[in-house]
Write a new protein. Structure first.
Length: 344
């Protein structure tokens, strides 16, 4: 087995490949690591055939859909996954053939309704069902502590004690454990009575993960993350530095239409001399009146330098081929003591 473990933040993902046929599956890929997975697969001489999510993640962004589109491979998840873009839905006990490797799905609901663990030779990828020294939480959408009890004590912990455990998360830099070691020392697994276990899970008082809604709309519905939208816009927009713009503003004619896309009050409180005001929210509808010359050089700016990138990308989509964005925002501009005016 060719095996690569990729840790990012607390997330763990795995590239599992067959040595003879050189095909591979990617388990719980994370959106920021796409190039790394592709790099690892290339280095190991592997072709990725499946992108598998052990469950609908609520705390980070799955790369499965993006990878599936790029590589023309199926997204694999459990039958109960709410994601409409899942191509291959596994039932409990079904297995995938990855060359000579077999990856078997165990339906292990509890952390989420669609959670599964994946058994492959000497190891099990436990998703968020079983973590090293912990378990996944059961208080997020579709979580169920009773079901988690059954999944753990009725299924996962019945695997051979020497079987290696690779979870979807570890926040302490550990890479693996074994079923035996977890039965022995995992504090949550010491509650072996259903009622005691459920009671413990119901009183963990965990705070909601950051990005919960963003993760769910992305992972359940195939939407884009804010970071993705910004990255896509950034990739098609040229930037002008604050120093360069300041130099031109001081010289009188800057050669650009500086387009300030903030709201009216922010613009009135202080803007770059000569800037034109057109709030982002009205951009598409008013652009033809406000910017009659589609060949003009337009430089967008906003408060933090993010909305301005989206605005410049929109302008380029609309045919303003010379739209660019300020590398920075008005906050940084003010802090740098660069010229400001309140004149309309
Ligand atoms: Fe999770």
């Amino acid at each position: 087995m060719i095996f690569e473990q990729v840790a990012t933040g607390g997330c763990q993902s795995y590239l599992v490949g067959c040595e003879t046929s050189r095909v591979a599956a990617l388990i719980d890929p994370e959106l920021t690591q796409i190039d790394r997975y592709l790099g690892l697969a290339a280095r190991d001489g592997l072709r990725i055939r499946y992108a598998i999510d052990t469950h609908t993640h609520a705390d980070h962004f799955s790369a499965s859909r993006e990878l599936a589109q790029r590589l023309e491979i199926p997204v694999v998840a459990h039958q109960l996954s709410p994601a409409p873009y899942v191509d291959l839905r596994l039932e409990d006990g079904e297995l995938l053939q990855v060359g000579s490797l077999k990856i078997q799905a165990l339906h292990t609901p509890g952390h989420t309704r669609d959670s599964m663990c994946l058994v492959c030779e000497d190891r099990v990828f436990t998703g968020d069902t079983l973590l090293i020294g912990g378990t996944g939480r059961s208080d997020l959408p579709t979580g169920d502590p009773d079901a988690l009890f059954d999944s753990l004590f009725g299924k996962v912990l019945k695997l051979p004690p020497e079987m290696l455990v690779f979870p979807a998360h570890d926040y302490k830099g550990r890479s693996s454990s074994t079923i035996g070691a977890e039965i022995e020392a995992n504090p949550r697994l010491q509650k072996r009575e259903r009622s005691a276990f459920v009671d413990m899970m119901e009183h963990l008082n965990l705070s909601a993960p950051t990005h919960l809604t963003e993760a769910l709309r992305t992972n359940m519905n195939g939407g884009k993350t804010v970071t993705q939208l910004l990255a896509e816009a950034t990739a098609v927009v040229p930037f002008v530095s604050m120093t360069e713009l300041a130099r031109r503003v001081e010289g009188g004619d800057n050669g650009f239409i500086v387009l300030d896309v903030r709201e009216r009050d922010a613009f009135a409180a202080g803007h770059i001399p000569g800037a034109k005001h057109l709030p982002r929210g009205q951009l598409e509808l008013r652009v033809d009146q406000e910017l009659p010359n589609p060949t003009a050089r337009i430089l967008t700016c906003c408060e933090f330098g993010r909305i301005s990138v989206l605005a410049a990308a929109t302008l380029r989509t609309m045919g303003f081929r010379h739209a660019s964005a300020l590398d920075g925002g008005m906050k940084a501009w003010r802090e740098a003591g660069l010229p400001l005016t309140t004149e309309a």
